[in-house]
Design a protein around this ligand. Structure first.
Ligand SMILES: [Zn+2]
Length: 336
């Protein structure tokens, strides 16, 4: 298999779930010990995000401008999907294979050592606006964009291969399994109950109140009754819109407020754990015109306090060792 680079989605013949193969990315998996030594960009000296020209990184745009940028959108040098012309899925023997065509950009934040929890509210507002702006640009780029994921990994154990704070945006020509399950599940719930599942969830959380961590006029953050992992937090907008990218600009400061409060509570209560944060929004291209009737965009934050093991991998079911009621109580009572 010398020199063969795979860059494609392959669909599992049994489950129907897609897996992305991107073997041309920076490095092959290594043992943890090697990884520790290898996290060499921890010092700003060798950091590729201090000088884009020197590190041969290609900027897309800067916020607010190139000289005084606080956020730079750059092309990922080792993208998991690549720009190209979209072709229909092909068959390979009994399998469906889809070329991994798309955008994979990074949002790089100016300060090498300043993490989200340390940002000001205005700085988080700029992050949210940059997310929306780049999302809309990519979604308007033409065919082949079925889903766009925005995510942020904090800490080595959460998968951040480069220390310098950055988020990622990636578009894909297929609907990823988690999104597909949520969109179909919320659609089916709507058809069966004539109610939006997220409204039912929020109403129930509001009534009980014991899993709510924080809320403001427009957003609510809670540990879901069915949390997959300890201290899992979900943030929902009260207007229950399907599309994050279409959120009105006046909402941004409220979202920034709830994000900052939650991230600071997590940092303080759990001792600055690594975490994954992502935005789940409706599919970019959908023939479900009515998606707004049953789907609500939201943000999930998953602190990395445990590692998936044999049981989880073998069953596709998580074991959560912390009662979400207690997780929420702890976070709610943490002053920040
Ligand atoms: Zn840096």
């Amino acid at each position: 298999m010398d020199g063969k680079i795979l860059n494609e989605f392959r669909q599992d013949l049994v489950s129907g779930e897609w897996v992305l193969f991107a073997t041309g990315r920076a490095k092959r998996p290594q043992s943890d010990k090697k990884k520790e030594e290898d996290w060499k960009y921890k010092s700003a000296e060798n950091c590729p995000f201090e000088d884009f020209k020197k590190s041969d990184n290609e900027p897309v745009w800067f916020c607010p401008n190139e000289t005084d940028w606080q956020i730079a959108v750059i092309k990922n040098k080792f993208p998991a999907v690549k720009p190209g012309i979209c072709k229909p899925a092909m068959t390979f023997g009994p399998f469906n294979v889809q070329e991994a065509v798309g955008f994979h950009d990074l949002f790089v934040y100016r300060d090498h050592d300043k993490h989200f929890a340390d940002f000001s509210k205005d700085e988080i507002v700029d992050v949210i606006r940059s997310y929306k702006k780049r999302y809309l640009e990519i979604s308007k780029s033409g065919g082949c964009v079925r889903y766009i994921l925005i995510f942020h990994n904090f800490g080595r154990e959460a998968g951040a291969s480069i220390y310098h704070p950055h988020s990622q945006i990636i578009s894909m020509p297929i609907l990823p399994p988690d999104v597909s399950r949520s969109v179909n599940g919320s659609h089916n719930f709507y058809k069966d109950h004539n109610e939006r599942v997220y409204d039912v969830l929020m109403k129930w959380e509001k009534e009980h109140g014991n899993r709510i961590i924080y809320e403001n006029d427009l957003f609510i953050a809670f540990c879901p009754f069915v949390s997959k992992t300890p201290y899992e937090v979900r943030i929902f907008s009260r207007d229950s819109h399907a599309h994050f990218e279409k959120m009105p600009d006046e909402f941004d400061k409220y979202l920034a407020d709830v994000l900052l409060v939650v991230l600071n509570k997590i940092r303080k209560a759990l001792g600055d754990p690594p975490y994954n944060l992502f935005v789940h929004t409706a599919p970019a291209e959908t023939d479900l015109e009515s998606v707004h009737e049953f789907y609500s965009w939201h943000i999930e934050i998953l602190p990395k306090v445990k590692v998936a093991a044999g049981f989880e991998m073998g069953t596709g079911m998580d074991i959560n060792v912390v009662d979400p009621d207690e997780a929420a109580e702890e976070l709610r009572n943490t002053d920040v």
